[in-house]
Design a protein around this ligand. Structure first.
Ligand code: CTP
Ligand code: CA
Length: 226
């Protein structure tokens, strides 16, 4: 694995990474988001740059410094993230680590919403589906070698394998977010990578930086063999 970094195994290759949460506005002062810290995506971008890749990192709102030699594009919503990714294409490799909001409010109110008499008992907010960024890019004619994440709290391998096949991915990184010491917002992670032959490779609990280097070495090896 260390070889991958010493020899610049990914030099001359363009890697696109999505990271962080997306933020979906309700009105000018309110929004819906999630607990993604962006740490895993940023660590992957950093490791890939160390392996010699040209890296474009499309990030939702996070509080993290940009890794060295990484081109960062900041976005807010899922639709912005898709547009930024499409603008960054073509790429050789895609790693989708962002926690994209599945839904957004159907309308963004132009003014701050008021508590009016019609909402004394509560209110309904109608949500519509966001585009699937990973599935969109992985199904283009110029599709990159595509790697997704599956954050699950139950049936991890079954759900992850389904996503791999449904989205037309090459690899999926499965991570158990029911365990608070790994995954979302945590410093550490522990993951399994599943390929299209449904073979599982485990990476035991370690810092996100260490896991990222192991994952980049693994992904680079599979990409170069593909
Ligand atoms: N993803 C994406 N765009 C979306 C939703 C998900 O690019 N609108 C990507 C994520 O970055 C991740 C993978 O798809 O790499 C799986 O995301 P996940 O939320 O686990 O799966 P979903 O397909 O959204 O299914 P569900 O949330 O229903 O489990
Ligand atoms: Ca989702």
């Amino acid at each position: 694995a260390a070889d991958c970094f010493r020899s610049g195994l990914l030099s001359g290759r363009h890697l696109l990474v999505t990271a962080g949460p997306t933020q979906e506005n309700i009105d000018p002062v309110r929004y819906i988001t999630n607990h993604s810290s962006g740490k895993m995506g940023f660590a992957l971008a950093e490791a890939a740059a160390e392996a010699g890749a040209r890296v474009t990192l499309v990030s939702g709102p996070v509080h993290l410094p940009t890794p060295d030699r990484v081109e960062r594009v900041d976005v807010v919503s899922a639709r912005d993230m898709l547009a930024a990714c499409e603008a960054a294409m073509p790429c050789d490799l895609l790693i989708a680590a962002a926690a994209v909001a599945d839904y957004r409010p159907e309308v963004v109110a132009p003014h701050k919403l008021k508590k009016d008499p019609s909402t004394v008992d509560g209110m309904l907010l109608r949500m519509v589906r966001n585009p699937d960024i990973l599935a969109t890019l992985a199904n283009r004619p110029d599709r990159p070698f595509s790697v997704g994440f599956a954050a699950e709290t139950e049936n991890l391998l079954e759900y992850a394998t389904r996503k791999l096949l449904d989205k037309n991915l090459d690899l999926i990184i499965a991570n158990d977010v029911a365990n608070p010491s790994i995954g979302f917002n945590a410093e550490d992670n522990a993951v399994s990578v599943i390929d299209r032959a449904q073979h599982e490779t485990r990476f035991g609990q370690a810092s996100k930086g260490h896991i990222a280097r192991q994952l980049v070495a693994f992904i680079a090896d599979r990409f170069l063999k593909a």
